[in-house]
Write a protein that binds this ligand. Structure first.
Ligand code: ATP
Length: 299
């Protein structure tokens, strides 16, 4: 099985601040890290580190950040299918992080929004039935819907993380096999929370729903069952990329074992995400290949 992550790639500038600024405030901070980021790249890098063959399909634009992105990706086991977008800025994120581990993330999408449907679908040319198509919320409406359609037409398994949220995402559920949402996303998209939110998505056509609750763990909900899993207790340093690590490892754990999402996949994802939250930065916080091997070999 091969995973195709169709999403964004950024350079993340993480700045430590003593508290989140209010509107109009001028505050001091110190640079914590400069790192590869973007939800698409995050998920693709973690998936590839698990040993699951993984391609990242993403757009990049002009400026020094494009070279940084290429260098970072070259040192990962991921297949990079980067699409140049002329005349647009390469995307970047400003991440503010406080001493209690909370973060605020502002991401530019000048490149991601200009990844065309034709370029994205061309990158799926080698996909075969049963391969994974993994999407998040940073691409244009046309490309997001069109890629989900194309993946379905190829009998791929579609996984979607509706982040950052957009109102029209609620029309996409019939095209989605597996959904990952945090509490805020679940509430905004269904008007309710917890298992009730997941049941609404199942009724809309999703096969497996995973809800994540930060330090309170996660829940896998299918037509047959509802499986809550507690988070691993750890020293929280920076939660950036926790959800991406979680989604990537859950999907890879199931794919590598040839199963649907199950308790084991959620337990593996929970252990991997705990490593990410206990370290600063984005890519540099992700579990290593060795750590992921150890996690995935535990049953
Ligand atoms: P983010 O946007 O910060 O990447 P998210 O909002 O998509 O994350 P969360 O629900 O915050 O997703 O976290 C995903 C998973 O990461 C949780 O289900 C949990 O396993 C792990 N996690 C997050 N925060 C903590 C924490 N404080 N302690 C332990 N594990 C955590």
């Amino acid at each position: 099985m091969h995973a195709y992550v169709i999403g964004n790639v950024t350079v993340d500038e993480t700045i430590a601040v003593s508290e989140m600024p209010a509107a109009g405030a001028s505050i001091h901070g110190s640079q914590r890290s400069r790192d590869l980021g973007g939800k698409g790249a995050n998920q693709a890098v973690v998936m590839a580190r698990t040993g699951l063959p993984t391609s990242l399909v993403a757009a990049f634009g002009d400026g020094f950040r494009a070279d940084m992105i290429r260098q970072h990706l070259a040192s990962e086991p991921v297949v990079s299918r980067l699409v140049p977008v002329l005349g647009k800025s390469t995307d970047f994120s400003i991440v503010l992080t406080t001493p209690d581990g909370e973060n605020v993330n502002i991401t530019t999408t000048d490149s991601a929004q200009n990844l065309t449907l034709a370029d994205a679908v061309a990158a799926l040319a080698d996909a075969v039935p049963g391969d994974l198509a993994v999407l998040q919320g940073n691409l244009s409406d046309e490309t997001t819907r069109g890629v989900l359609d194309a993946a379905r037409a190829r009998h791929m398994i579609t996984a979607f993380n509706p982040s950052p949220l957009r109102p029209y995402f609620s029309t996409l559920w019939p095209l989605v096999d597996i959904a990952f949402l945090n509490q805020g996303e679940a509430q905004a998209m269904t008007g309710t929370s917890g298992e009730e939110a997941a049941r609404k998505l199942l009724a809309a056509g999703v096969r497996e729903v995973v809800l994540t609750f930060g330090g309170d763990g996660a829940m896998l909900v299918t037509a047959e069952s509802s499986v809550p899993i507690g988070a691993v207790e750890c020293d929280v340093v920076d939660t950036t990329g926790a959800g991406d690590t979680f989604m990537a490892v859950a999907l890879a754990s199931a794919a590598l074992r040839g199963t649907r999402l199950d308790r084991t996949a959620i337990e593996h994802a929970t252990r991997a995400a705990a490593i990410t939250v206990s370290r600063p930065g984005t890519r540099s916080a992700f579990p290593s290949i060795e750590q992921l091997q150890a996690i995935l070999s535990a049953r």
